[in-house]
Design a protein around this ligand. Structure first.
Ligand code: NAG
Length: 275
């Protein structure tokens, strides 16, 4: 049987606002909503070139929502301090995989089909802990993966880019590595967050927990190309229900359709047609 799967984000948002929640506003950045392959669209944050600070422990946390997956990895962020050191803090995703680079070392977060869904908000944190020599990935309050990672030393004098993979300071992007989706709540901390802190961020219970290296509420991202800021309500990304619509291209009686949906732990989305 063929199953067509649609994730209707606009419908979801309507459903949630109909609950009448009034929450905080948050800005999201929108990249390539029509799946455009581009090397000219990104958000850029330059650290002071004279900065000699380095960090070993760090935590990178964000919310993201993918419009379209690419065949190769799309980059949510990348960070270069020189053309040699151009994978200092990169976060790449595919439909079945999340990878992170810290101080030129790539570590595998998760590998799994249906890990990420298009049109769904996901909360991700990566926590580097130099003392324990680990990197820990947290996805959607549920999945955790701790991987061995020798302490990395990352200079804070580089260029941080959202939506592209940078091969030199603030440049050299490749269209097929661009990101198609939304990003909000992107914060980088110069310490390893505790599991409890990560969980409270993922549950939007930590409004005061803002990154000291990058703070979403105060960083001045410079937007290039078609990147668009959007205004979101907190409930749009935070209290999202995991709805999915599946269309079965098959004639069925109303009762048979209701029964089949029940056996799939679902409900009929359309009212049964009267005869
Ligand atoms: C950052 O500092 C390192 C070490 O001094 C230097 O090699 C690098 O070129 C600097 N990067 C930038 C973008 O200034």
């Amino acid at each position: 049987m063929k199953i067509f799967l649609f994730v209707l984000n606009t419908v979801l948002i309507l459903v949630y606002s109909s609950h009448g929640w009034i929450g905080n506003h948050q800005t999201a950045l929108s990249f390539q909503p029509e799946n455009q392959m581009t090397s000219t669209s990104h958000a850029l944050l330059l650290f002071p070139a004279a900065n000699t600070t380095t960090i070993t422990d760090f935590s990178l946390c964000l919310w993201f929502n993918v419009f379209y997956f690419r065949k190769s990895s799309s980059y949510i962020c990348s960070y270069a301090t020189s053309s040699k050191d151009n994978n200092e803090m990169n976060l790449g995703i595919r439909s079945s995989r999340i990878v992170l680079a810290a101080g030129s070392l790539y570590v595998d977060g998760f590998r799994r089909e249906s890990l990420l869904l298009p049109g769904m908000w996901h909360h991700l944190c990566f926590v580097a802990n130099g003392d324990r020599e680990t990197g820990t990935f947290y996805l959607d309050k549920e999945l955790t993966n701790e991987v061995p990672m020798s302490p990395r030393s990352i200079l804070l004098n580089g260029s941080l880019v959202l939506g592209q993979e940078t091969d030199v300071v603030a440049g050299s992007f490749q269209a097929q590595q661009s990101f198609s989706g939304l990003i909000t709540g992107f914060n980088i901390f110069s310490r390893s967050l505790t599991t409890a802190e990560v969980m409270s961020l993922a549950a939007c219970r930590s409004e005061n927990l803002e990154g000291d290296v990058v703070s979403w509420n105060s960083a001045s991202w410079v937007l290039s190309g078609s990147v668009k800021p959007l205004d979101l309500q907190e409930e749009d990304y935070c209290h999202q229900k995991r709805f999915r619509f599946v269309v079965f291209p098959k004639m069925m009686s109303p009762n048979a359709a209701i029964d089949m949906c029940a056996s799939l732990k679902s409900e009929l989305a359309l009212p049964p047609q009267p005869h």
